[in-house]
Design a protein around this ligand. Structure first.
Ligand SMILES: NC(=O)c1ccc[n+]([C@@H]2O[C@H](COP(=O)([O-])OP(=O)(O)OC[C@H]3O[C@@H](n4cnc5c(N)ncnc54)[C@H](O)[C@@H]3O)[C@@H](O)[C@H]2O)c1
Length: 239
């Protein structure tokens, strides 16, 4: 049986990055299913997409299995900023680990290709700058950030083991600090802090010596990279 459009599941699709990804995939002619529990995402982020007949939204927590028929999965569900992922650290680990198991199980059953939104935080407090993929990181497994860092590391492990053990077609991307419209204004991260302080006419806070470095990426560029890394233009139509 052939489907007219590639059917793509985006978990965390109502979040900052997920909403841009849904938008771009719809513009490229895909049928998009967005699954989100709205912990940090919102319907406002995807309100402009709701009239599109090829856009479906499911309120769903990825720690619970999901049964849908799809060709591709983008697994983005996870709170991304410390204030959000430390709010309920056990749930954060479950989201990364149980979420990965559930989405990889779905990919295995449906033979869908699956992409994991991992993070530069898998390098922890890195001893090497800049970080290359061969660097394995320097992570505190018991600190307050571990629920996110170790959760994402375990998710990467699961992705590679599902690939080696079950032949699931995977892609893991490690996203660095991304900014743009729809980011949470009060997520405590550096770009949002700078913007909020600048708009309020307040002094901009620099921590430490101010000599630390970060890699910043604009959201459009990230989505370009995400799609380019995963779906060559020629395979966007029928699976
Ligand atoms: N924005 C960045 O700079 C950045 C950097 C590195 C990695 N990432 C990763 O990219 C992904 C998206 O990040 P974002 O910045 O869009 O964050 P976000 O918080 O805006 O989006 C995450 C989305 O996942 C949803 N979600 C959280 N837990 C869920 C669960 N258990 N079940 C279903 N949905 C759930 C939230 O409601 C939200 O819509 C995350 O996995 C994050 O770790 C982002």
């Amino acid at each position: 049986m052939f489907r007219e459009r590639t059917r793509i599941l985006v978990t965390g699709g109502a979040g900052f990055l997920g909403s841009f990804l849904c938008e771009r995939l719809l513009a490229q002619g895909c049928h998009v299913i967005c699954a989100d529990n709205y912990f940090t995402g919102s319907r406002d982020n995807i309100a402009h997409l709701l009239d599109n007949p090829y856009f479906e939204v499911i309120r769903h927590d990825v720690t619970i299995p999901l049964y849908v028929e799809v060709d591709r999965i983008f697994n983005l569900a996870c709170p991304a900023s410390p204030i959000h992922y430390q709010f309920d650290p056990v749930q954060t680990t479950k989201t990364s680990v149980h979420g990965a198991i559930n989405m990889l199980g779905l990919a295995k059953r449906t033979k869908a290709r699956i992409l994991q939104a991992s993070t530069s935080e898998v390098y922890g407090d890195p001893a090497v700058h800049p970080q290359r993929e061969e660097y394995w990181g320097n992570v505190n497994p018991i600190g307050p950030r571990a629920c996110y860092d170790e959760g994402k590391r375990c998710a990467e492990t699961l992705f590679f083991d599902y690939h080696r053990q079950h032949g699931v077609a995977i892609k893991v991307i490690r996203i660095f600090n991304t900014y743009g419209p729809r980011m949470h204004p009060r997520d405590g991260r550096v770009v949002s802090n700078f913007i909020i302080q600048a708009l309020a006419g307040e002094p901009i806070t620099l921590y430490g010596s101010g000599e630390q470095t970060r890699s910043f990426c604009y959201v459009d560029d990230l989505i370009d990279g995400m799609i380019a890394s995963w779906i060559p233009a020629r395979s966007m139509s029928a699976p």
